[in-house]
Design a protein. Structure first.
Length: 340
């Protein structure tokens, strides 16, 4: 499988041909009224089945694959590609994105067929009219962190009237808005910055605080930035991940969710047989050590089923919050989006 990271002039003959043509037309008419037409329809549908999957993920890294989870391991080892190949997908194009909103834009435009991202941007996109379906929640423990600049705020309430750098539309955006609301902080300014830009701005003192996650959050702790809060203290503000597929792709490949989740499960089973190698793979992709990965992204947090009751409860709560805060354009029934 190919994987890329980022088509008779005589009268007598005339009458004889005419007779033959008439006979053929008669056969076609009879067949059009017979069960064999269904066979033709099935063949036509099979002909429309896609052979290419354009898949997006969050995080740009030197390995050019998702940097963790069953999806990352499965693509890294070729397990997912091999499973998809059995069902006609002979080429997989992988594209990394710096954040969820950028990825959903590519889904909406048709440049992507499917992708995994945070629940918040996936919900915001669907509420804005994106034609997608949610086919799994690979993980349900995405932790946001809130850091202050050195010599600045010492508590969340100290952020009253301050400027906070966020990745707009990310699960960390939802986390910090929910946190400030719970703490009664009302006067603050949010500015959109990607994490590297936000870290530089915090170091210069251009912003008073920022949200972060994962390896980058661990680095900021080591660098001595004041940690004001993290989502482990607020179970209702923990994020989940979401794998979504475009309606257009599903129309051509309705069995894709089942096939995808089976391929993902096979990758997860293999991952669990090679835990040390997996942690090293993630560490290499994210520029850290296996010890850090074990702390922030343990294998035990990777889900082995497409959905769990706890995961669905979390994402429902996230949706309700985003609608209430007008971060999502409109409310919707989760059952219309979730495809089990």
């Amino acid at each position: 499988m190919k994987t890329t990271h980022h088509k008779n002039t005589k009268h007598g003959r005339f009458w004889k041909s005419a007779v033959i043509l008439a006979g053929l037309l008669a056969v076609i008419v009879v067949q059009g009224c017979s069960p064999s037409k269904r066979t033709g329809d099935a063949a036509e549908a099979a002909a429309d089945k896609p052979t290419v999957l354009n898949y997006g993920y969050i995080g740009i890294n030197k390995l050019n694959v998702p940097s963790s989870g069953a999806e990352g391991w499965g693509f890294h080892k070729g397990i997912i590609q091999e499973e998809l190949k059995k069902h006609g997908i002979t080429q997989v194009n992988l594209t990394g994105f710096p954040n969820g909103p950028d990825q959903t834009e590519s889904l909406v435009s048709g440049r992507l067929d499917a992708g995994s991202l945070g629940d918040t941007p996936a919900i915001i996109a669907y509420a804005s009219g994106a034609k997608t379906r949610l086919i799994s929640q690979p993980a349900t423990y995405s932790i946001g962190y809130l850091f202050a600049k050195k010599g600045g705020a010492k508590s969340i309430k100290d952020l009253e009237g301050k400027t906070i750098a966020i990745q707009k539309g990310s699960f960390m955006h939802r986390y910090v808005v929910g946190l400030l609301k719970q703490e009664g902080v009302k006067d603050y300014k949010l500015v959109h910055m990607l994490i590297p830009d936000a870290q530089a701005a915090l170091a210069r003192g251009d912003v008073d605080a920022l949200t972060n996650n994962g390896v980058q959050a661990m680095k900021q702790i080591d660098e001595g930035y004041p940690l004001l809060d993290d989502a482990t203290k607020h179970p209702d503000l923990i994020g989940t991940s979401a794998t979504v597929v475009s309606d257009a792709f599903l129309a051509k490949f309705p069995d894709f969710p089942k096939i995808w989740n089976e391929a993902r499960k096979k990758a997860l089973d293999d991952l669990k047989q090679h835990e040390d190698e997996y942690y090293q793979f993630v560490a290499d992709a994210q520029g850290t050590t296996p010890e850090v990965i074990k702390k922030i992204s343990p294998i035990s947090e990777i889900k082995d089923t497409p959905f769990t009751d706890d995961g669905l409860k979390l994402i429902e709560g996230t949706k309700d919050f985003l609608v209430e805060e007008k971060l999502a354009k409109k409310d919707f029934d989760m059952n219309d989006w979730v495809l089990k």
